[in-house]
Each structure stands twice: as structure tokens, then as C-alpha cells.
Design a binder for this molecule. Structure first.
Ligand SMILES: Cc1ncc(COP(=O)(O)O)c(C=O)c1O
Length: 386
């Protein structure tokens, strides 16, 4: 990386490699949240004089990251809320079809399952290993050929994760976007495991909507999420939630004329947790935007490679995907049960996580080569114990 990396407070106590779980809060975000809540306590509602400005700055920062306009961004509580607003608001008709993948995170599964009560058919792509073209025993990924086979004239929408949360398989958005555009199908992406770690530019790939949480690769506060919607897609969606922040007439609350906002603000239908929005904006602006997404991705891959080179391959087998399918999550099959390794590493202040039978190691760009080499040495020790 050309610019010096920040050193986070967490690095004085832990080797923190669990950015696919809950990340440490960026210190600038902590400071911002503390400032606003202190003001709230000391000056009451005056602390929120800049309420609109806080949300606007978050929209702008997120839009810079996604290379889109601020009007396409909405602040939400989590990925599930964002996908729920999209799924419930989508103008499905009985017999319409949605295609997803069999091993999606709940945030990107249940909102689509709910549509079955509207007569919509949810088709789930089978689990595949894109490297070997066989059905793996653990979650892997899915194949574009399977998706193509499942497309029919009733397919309205494809909803998949950019990065699968257990294996780390990244969807090839170039290929996926082109296929969806060719079939006039809306593409909805769960980017909880990629936003802040990998480049993601919806307008390059014709993506209709992106949902993400803020507390993983964006290093933001728990209870924050983001939604991107393209203008055409947004215009198709019906209203699911309504409240005081929905209308053009703003704080003229006794005017109940139905004049909903048309920008992404329409999804911020009522009072938002602005401390958290300000915290997320501080994380994106201070910890992510000073670097390009490409530089962040390359640094994460460099750190992963250091780990792989130093690990005992008889105890840890990395799940390696071809380059376009690689992500910030590096998953291992282990000789010992992964959950036991996580506990043993935790005792040594090395923080990793376990999901779906894999040991997931997820360094962020601010981690150092020394931390990864040290983590490998500790992993080799605990991974070979019986
Ligand atoms: C792929 C994916 N989507 C979404 C989430 C989080 O969902 P929510 O923001 O609704 O808690 C996670 C968390 O692990 C995830 O891995």
C-alpha cells in the first residue's frame, strides 16, 4: 500500500483476524459516537441540529466507495432490513421466480422465503466447488452454468451474496451482471462480506440493489447497514415501511399528503439512530476511503498469502478459489475440529472464527505481516494438538 496503514487500538491486545464476524470499531467512529451521545446528554435535542447533514455525509461517503450517486444510498439497521424492504416492496406476481443459492446467510434467505406466501417460487442453486466442478461436502459456491439453466421467462430476480460467508467464495460479478442483464433479471447482492474489502461498483455490473451490514469490513458500529438501489429499480419498489421521514413535506407533520421521497432516503422512513450513522460515516471516511478498494483487496490477499506460506499444510488445508472468486475470507479445513481451534487460539489472543465446519481467517488491510506470521506459528502449535 502506498499510504501508511493505521494502527488500531485492538492491535495492542489481539491479533484480530475475524473481520467476517464482528470487527473492532474504528477509533474515529468510537470518538464520533461518544461526542454525539455526550452532546445529547448535555444539550438535548440541540445535539441533533445536524441530523440531516449526518445522514447526507454517510450517503456521500458510501456513494464514493460504490462509485455511484449519494441519492442511491440508504442507511438501515442491518442487511436483513435492507433485503426485507427490497423483497417485500418488489412487485412480484404469482408464479414469478427468484433464484438464490442453497447456502446463503439468513439475511439473504428468509426475506425471499417470505415471498412464497405471495405465490413466488424460490429456486436455490446447488452447492458446487468452482475449482473442481464436484459437489463438495462443505459449503463452497455455485456455478454460473447452474444459474443459466435455472433462468426462465418467469425469473424476476437473482439474489446471491458477493462473498459466501463460510467458504469465502466470491461471485464473479462481471459474469453474473452480464447474464442478468441479458435476461432482463434484477440482480440483488448481499455485500456484508465484501463491502470494505473488495471493489464493488454496481453501475459497472448493472446491479439493481446491494445490501450490507456496517460492522464487518467497514469497521463500523453494530446496528448499522447500508442499501444501494439503482434509480430504475427503486422506482419499481412499493413502500413497506412509512413514517415521519418519508415525505417531501418533511417536518410539516400535520400535512398528510402522500408525496414520498424518491431518493434512497425513502427507506429511512422514520427517526434513525444518528449516532450510529455518524459512526459508520467516520469509519468509511477515516478507515476505508483513504485507500482504493483495489489496494485494500491486494493488501488483504498479501496478508493471506503470508499466513498460507507459514502454515503447516498437514494441519490446515486452505479453500483456494480461482482468482475472480477469491475474497477477504480465507477458510480452512482442519485436522482438529475448527471450533476447538478457535477456542484454543482465543486463549492466545488470536481471534478467528468458525462457520459451517471451516476455520475462517479474515485479516483486514491494517493487519501487519508480522501479525500473520505470528498467528501462523500459534495456529501450527494448536492445530497439531490431538
Ligand atoms: C453474507 C452475510 N450477510 C449478512 C450478514 C449479516 O446480516 P445482518 O446485517 O442482517 O445481521 C452476514 C453476517 O455474518 C453475512 O455473512
Amino acid at each position: 500500500m502506498t499510504k501508511e496503514k493505521p494502527r488500531l487500538p485492538i492491535q495492542s491486545r489481539f491479533i484480530y483476524l475475524a473481520h467476517c464476524g464482528v470487527s473492532p470499531l474504528y477509533s474515529g467512529a468510537h470518538q464520533r459516537i461518544t461526542e454525539i451521545s455526550a452532546d445529547h446528554s448535555e444539550v438535548g435535542s440541540r445535539a441533533f441540529g445536524d441530523y440531516t447533514g449526518i445522514l447526507d455525509r454517510l450517503h456521500t461517503a458510501t456513494a464514493l466507495l460504490l462509485k455511484t450517486g449519494a441519492e442511491n444510498i440508504s442507511f438501515v439497521k442491518n442487511t436483513s432490513e435492507a433485503l426485507g424492504l427490497v423483497a417485500q416492496g418488489y412487485p412480484f406476481r404469482r408464479g414469478d421466480e427468484i433464484i438464490s443459492y442453497i447456502h446463503e446467510y439468513p439475511a439473504n434467505h428468509y426475506p425471499w422465503r417470505l415471498q412464497e406466501s405471495r405465490g413466488v417460487v424460490l429456486k436455490l442453486l446447488p452447492n458446487r466447488d468452482p475449482g473442481q466442478r464436484a459437489t463438495p461436502d462443505l459449503p463452497g459456491g455455485w456455478l454460473i452454468s447452474d444459474l443459466e439453466r435455472n433462468l426462465t421467462r418467469r425469473t424476476r430476480l437473482v439474489a446471491v451474496s458477493h462473498v459466501q460467508f463460510t467458504s469465502g467464495f466470491a461471485a464473479n460479478l462481471q459474469e453474473l451482471g452480464a447474464l442478468c442483464q441479458a435476461h432482463n433479471v434484477d440482480l440483488v447482492i448481499d455485500a456484508a462480506q465484501s463491502l470494505g474489502a473488495l471493489p464493488l461498483y454496481p453501475e459497472h455490473y448493472g446491479i439493481s440493489a446491494i445490501a450490507s451490514s456496517g460492522w464487518k469490513w467497514l469497521l463500523g458500529p453494530v446496528g448499522t447497514g447500508l442499501l444501494y438501489t439503482s434509480p430504475d429499480f427503486r422506482a419499481k419498489l412499493g413502500h413497506v415501511m412509512a413514517g415521519a421521514e418519508l415525505m417531501e413535506q418533511g417536518s410539516d407533520y400535520l400535512d398528510h399528503t402522500w408525496r414520498p421521497l424518491t431518493s434512497g432516503k425513502r427507506f429511512e422512513y422514520s427517526t434513525s439512530p444518528v449516532y450510529l450513522a455518524a459512526g459508520l460515516e467516520a469509519s468509511i471516511t477515516g478507515a476505508i476511503l483513504p485507500w482504493t478498494p483495489e489496494a485494500i483487496r491486494e493488501e488483504i490477499f498479501r496478508l493471506q498469502d503470508i499466513l498460507i506460506e507459514n502454515l503447516d499444510s498437514s494441519a490446515f488445508t486452505p479453500q483456494i478459489f480461482p482468482a475472480p472468486n477469491r475474497s477477504g475470507i480465507l477458510s480452512f479445513r482442519c485436522r482438529r475440529p475448527a471450533a476447538r481451534i478457535v477456542q484454543a487460539l482465543d486463549r492466545e489472543n488470536v481471534v478467528v472464527s468458525e462457520r459451517g465446519g471451516y476455520l475462517r481467517v479474515a485479516p483486514h488491510y491494517y493487519n501487519t505481516p508480522g501479525e500473520l506470521a505470528q498467528a501462523a506459528a500459534i495456529m501450527n502449535r494448536v492445530g497439531s494438538q490431538s
